[in-house]
Ligand binder design. Sequence first.
Ligand SMILES: Cc1cc2nc3c(=O)[nH]c(=O)nc-3n(C[C@H](O)[C@H](O)[C@H](O)COP(=O)(O)OP(=O)(O)OC[C@H]3O[C@@H](n4cnc5c(N)ncnc54)[C@H](O)[C@@H]3O)c2cc1C
Length: 381
Amino acid sequence: MQLELSAAQTAFRATIDEFARTVVAPRAVAIDETGAFPLDVVQAAARHGLLGATVPRHWGGAGLDYLSYVLAIESIARASATVAVSLTVTNSLVAEVIAHAGRARQRDTWLRRLAAGEAIGAFALSEPDAGTDAANQQTRAVKTATGFHVTGRKVWVANAEVAAVAIVFASTRPGLRGQGVTAFLVPMDAPGITRTARADSLGVRGLGCMDLEFDVDVSEEQVVGGVDQGFRLAMWALQGGRVAIAAQALGIGEAAIAEAIAYAKTRQAFGQPIANFQAIQWMLADRATELEAARMLTWKAATLKDRQERITMEASMAKLAASEAAHRAADRALQILASAGYRRGSRVERLFRDVRATEIYQGTSEAQRMIIAGALLAQQA
Ligand SMILES: Cc1cc2nc3c(=O)[nH]c(=O)nc-3n(C[C@H](O)[C@H](O)[C@H](O)COP(=O)(O)OP(=O)(O)OC[C@H]3O[C@@H](n4cnc5c(N)ncnc54)[C@H](O)[C@@H]3O)c2cc1C
């Protein structure tokens, strides 16, 4: 496998780096402090093809390969973890799902709007009792004369504060767990959807996470990917999502290392820059090496996805490695900055809070280990 970027990918990354540096980064502190969803920044990202990034051009997307998309998320995450993860939700968990499994009418209605940033997407899978055990869906979709009536509660739905459309998962055959779950494409202004609570959070603040209550009628045409096929579709979406979250984690980790290097070169102790001390150098060396290894796993998973290969294990490996490496990078950066990093409002303090979510959403680190182990054991069977 060739793990090198093409000239087009390198040029695209340079363009997104510039956008991240000039448009996204100046807003990062305010996004974190106010917790307000950065709609204008997300919409500005759409002008660079970063919503509907991998959606084919004939459906209004940017038609990018997955590796380019991942490079873009990494660049954006260096500037703002919140903006990066918001983009991954609309891209990997909504637009890609509609492009992959949607009906012609669903594609016509939503893909152009999503890609243009006129509509933001949300993915409503998690429930109070269905997190890691996502198959334990208590939201019910009961057959009616014209479609289904959906009732239930979803939690931690990112982008929900501003989303125009959500992919909502509900049990169509209670008791069958993953075999009886259906995905529905639901406009967020449909009667019977209530945004019940805004989730305040340690990091990735401003992500527009809401809890949602559903008591809503949907038609047969709103089913995505077939009745009872929703859980499989959710797992498919999360594979791409995990590669993107790996990229988000890499961006956060790199930003932390960059802060630590800059500080170590200027902070004086015992009459010299602390960068001269081997203890500091080894922290930087170990964390940079881990991030680079995780980057290779991330690029590999993205490249395999571009080749339409199965990436169940590779996506989980990338997310697990990148999120844990980035966590350690942020932790060591904080150690290198010491009190200057621990101070509320320091960049490293924000990165330290932001990075933690990458080990939780789109499957915890434990869930990734379960998936990797399951794939390994199946290979040996
Ligand atoms: C900022 C943020 C944004 C989010 N955005 C979305 C979103 O847009 N859409 C959405 O649907 N969800 C979203 N989520 C929810 C997220 O996907 C869940 O939080 C996650 O899947 C974990 O579920 P849980 O929090 O219920 O933890 P639980 O499942 O209750 O897990 C608790 C602990 O037990 C461990 N555990 C559970 N089962 C096992 C097992 N079998 N073996 C070993 N350990 C286990 C877990 O790893 C964890 O450490 C978001 C969460 C956050 C924090």
